[in-house]
Design a binder for this molecule. Structure first.
Ligand code: SAM
Length: 327
């Protein structure tokens, strides 16, 4: 079967799978009051359902998988999910996005079962600011986990920092100190509006342009974009071991580089983080014999993918917060 492509010629080798909507943090821009389970909500996909889902996507050319949430490490069978995913033929890159709260305890187990890339969310290197944003005074332990991942030789280690006006948007010097000797990437992400965060978004959204100007003025160079690259703009500097990526969803042509699809914890395919609908795949994950039907269902939906999101118009689709869809 030929790899999945949409009507704009974009291919989708990359799947982001949320494995749980629950999160143990209370980030001000995402779940400021913490996660509250909906008693009527379906349970997250089981391990056999996840296995079938991944087999279906690999038939369609997926080879990079990111496990996300919610907070994936809240799920007790996370190591089994990673082991199973790593064993699916065709998956060559197994990544996870996490807040890092279990990193020091679980890193080696996750690596042993096949994890080869990690993104850890660290919105500030200042302990008090980090605690204010996340609701948890855990920065030191999380950064220790990041250093452990580097020392253990995890092939890809990145940090995610959401840029927040008047909260953490003037902290470039501390990031530069941090990156001087560490061979990792930091990705500064512009705050995105979601269904639930409009007042916060209005107060704290800041474009990454000022930061990019500062980078260019201090000798950072933007890297040419690789053909299969995602939407980040990558910068490097000869004096620094680390790299900086900018994710600017409000910038022109952001969606032209879209190479990913998403599946929620309960098995809904989302063609866009900010799309207006989810396509339930769970009924097609109940038996191995449904593989062909699953593949056709996914392939048949791809034509509905829009050329771009409508965030500029304040249209956030059905995403109340990123924990619900898988950020
Ligand atoms: N719990 C994990 C974590 O902390 O990384 C994975 C899920 S979290 C939703 C994934 C990423 O989305 C995090 O880096 C988080 O900071 C980012 N994020 C959440 N809400 C966002 C928003 N409104 N705009 C931009 N990034 C957001």
């Amino acid at each position: 079967m030929s790899p999945l492509a949409d009507r704009y010629g974009r291919r989708f080798p990359y799947l982001r799978l949320s494995v749980i909507p629950a999160c143990n943090f209370r980030c001000t821009y995402c779940l400021p009051h913490g996660y509250h389970p909906d008693p009527k909500a379906a349970q997250p996909l089981s391990l056999p359902e996840i296995t079938r889902l991944l087999r279906g996507f690999t038939v369609l050319g997926m080879h990079k998988l990111r496990i996300t949430g919610g907070e994936p490490s809240v799920r007790h069978d996370l190591a089994d999910i990673l082991r199973t995913a790593a064993a699916v033929p065709g998956i060559t890159r197994l990544a996870m996005t996490t807040n890092g709260t279990l990193l020091t305890r679980k890193l080696h187990e996750w690596m042993d079962v096949g994890l080869n890339a990690i993104n850890v969310s660290v919105d500030s290197l200042d302990r008090a600011v980090f605690a204010r944003i996340t609701g948890h005074d855990r920065l030191e332990d999380i950064l220790h986990g990041v250093d452990m991942a580097l020392a253990a030789g995890l092939p890809s280690v990145k940090l995610n920092a959401v840029l927040l006006r008047d909260v953490n948007d003037k902290q470039l010097p501390s990031w530069l100190d941090y990156l001087r000797e560490r061979r990792l990437g930091v990705r500064f992400i512009e705050l995105m509006q979601t269904g639930d965060n409009l007042p916060y978004f209005r107060d704290h959204h800041v474009r990454a342009e000022t930061l990019e100007t500062q980078l260019l003025e201090s000798g950072w160079q933007v890297l040419p974009r690789a053909a299969d690259a995602g939407p980040a703009r990558e910068y490097r500097h000869p004096d620094y071991a680390g790299r900086i990526g900018i994710i600017a969803p409000y910038s022109k042509d952001f969606c032209a580089g879209c190479n990913r699809l998403r599946v929620t914890a309960t098995g809904d395919l989302r063609l866009c983080l900010f799309g207006e609908f989810g396509i339930p795949l769970r009924p097609l994950l109940q038996a191995d014999e449904q593989l062909d039907d699953l593949v056709h269902a996914i392939g048949g939906q791809i034509g509905r993918k829009e050329q771009g999101h409508f965030l500029h118009e304040g249209r956030t689709g059905i995403t109340p917060h990123l924990a619900s869809t898988g950020g």
